[in-house]
Design a protein around this ligand. Structure first.
Ligand code: URA
Length: 426
């Protein structure tokens, strides 16, 4: 087998065999296939796509590159949630402890920022001293003790995704259906889960811009999930505007804490409960969606879900004392509306790239993130605004970047005569 020959085959639109994919991924992980060669293959896959069968093989090869967790004879239902990525999407931070509080085990392998979307792992790492990169044994121990933990791909857990994920991030090869599918499922199946709920985002701030593509991905994920004996549900939700009131790093953890304290914004709570109700139903601990919603509300009201968040952070070594103060940004600026009317469009992808510029994501692999950085959204699509009303509060601890981003953000909304609030669940 010759790497350049395999790349050329995909470049010319041919299907790759199991043998070829296996060879390519293995040699890439061992270092004998280079980042340049992998980048070329990823770009060829981006342009030429993959059949369902090839995607399945790619996923399986990626899965076999690492260990698979095994919670022998777990009394509790083991499940997880994953999103295809968005702006302000802190749902994993809320849902993992909420489901754990309800009696499920959630061994969550999450990711860092990818393209213009934020990463759950980057957000939770704004908590001082938190460990997101434990050994398999320690990860498993955390789950046994507290039923939920959030960790990152590592050399042991989903190693192929770890390496390919960061390369895709640097090479414009993120928004590819087979690459998204294999990336997500290689992590999720490695968790040894029995159930999965997927939040497939659609819209101008999502990798999938059309419902048609989202449905294809949903079908593929469901089919592959079923093959691995994983009960799989799909929720389609809008990413035509940011989710919740904040997007960024520490500010999203703070907002997740607000949600767990019962003060979450409607959109964030609605999608969290929609996803959570699927997992409670899969687990058989409720009989219908209404009972699931009631149960989740009770777990929020009693602060039981919050307690699981705190014990998760604690177990992972993180320190939440004085979190808001420690992560206070040095600088902030307001972005104002340029006319009166109704907001009828938000360029969510552009807001996502602006967040990278602000310090919330990686332009280069070893960029140091600014955990204090983020944006607060005062207005959303459908809201009426007057000339000079503040629309966003932008903050970080680097004034030069802040000024550049505040300027960029002037170009991320449209105000017209008409406009109505967006549907969240599609
Ligand atoms: N989330 C992932 O884990 N991988 C992707 O490719 C996209 C979203």
């Amino acid at each position: 087998l010759i790497p350049a020959d395999i790349i050329s085959k995909k470049r010319d639109g041919q299907a790759l065999s199991k043998n070829e994919l296996n060879y390519f991924i293995k040699e890439y992980l061992s270092g004998s296939i280079t980042n340049s060669q992998m980048s070329a293959l990823l770009m060829a896959i981006y342009f030429k796509g993959m059949s369902d069968r090839e995607t399945f093989v790619l996923l399986d090869v990626m899965l076999q590159s690492g260990s698979i967790l095994n919670f022998e004879n777990s009394k509790e239902y083991i499940a997880d949630k994953h999103s295809t990525g968005g702006i302000g999407d802190k749902v994993s931070l809320i849902l993992a402890p909420l489901m754990a509080a309800g009696g499920l085990k959630i061994p969550m392998i999450a990711g860092r920022g990818l393209g213009f979307t934020g990463g759950t792992v980057d957000k939770i790492e704004s908590i001082p001293n938190i460990n997101t990169n434990p050994s398999m044994e320690v990860f498993k121990d955390w789950i046994i003790k507290n039923r939920c933990a959030i960790v990152v791909q590592s050399n042991k857990i989903a190693p192929a995704d770890k390496k390919i994920y960061s390369l895709r991030n640097l090479t414009g090869t993120v928004p590819s259906l087979p690459l998204i599918c294999s990336s997500i499922l290689s992590k999720k199946i490695a968790e040894g889960i029995q159930g999965l709920v997927m939040d497939i985002k659609i819209g101008n701030g999502a990798f999938l811009k059309t419902k048609k593509d989202a449905i294809s991905l949903g079908r593929l994920i469901t089919n592959i999930g079923t093959f691995y004996d994983i009960k799989t549900n799909i929720v389609f939700s809008s990413m035509d505007q940011p989710l919740g009131r904040f997007a960024g790093l520490a500010c999203e953890v703070t907002e997740a804490l607000e949600c767990l304290n019962g003060n979450g914004p409607n959109d964030t709570m609605r999608i969290t409960f929609e996803l959570g109700s699927h997992l409670f139903l899969q687990a058989g601990i409720v009989n219908d969606k209404n009972a699931a919603l009631k149960k989740m509300q009770a777990l929020i009201d009693s602060k039981k879900a919050l307690k699981y968040f705190k014990s998760m952070v604690n177990l992972q070594g993180g320190q939440l004392d004085d979190f808001k103060n420690i992560t206070k940004p040095k600088y902030e600026q307001l972005v104002h509306s340029n006319k009166s009317g109704i907001i009828n469009f938000m360029d969510t992808e552009k807001i996502g790239w602006a967040l990278l510029d602000l310090g919330c994501g990686y332009k280069k692999p070893d960029d140091k993130l600014d955990y204090t950085a983020g944006i607060e959204f005062y207005k959303k699509v459908g809201d009426e605004v007057k000339y000079n009303d503040p629309l966003y509060r932008v903050f970080n601890s680097d004034l030069i970047r802040l000024e550049k981003v505040s300027h960029l953000l002037l170009d991320t909304f449209n105000i017209g005569n008409k406009g109505k609030p967006l549907e969240l669940i599609l």
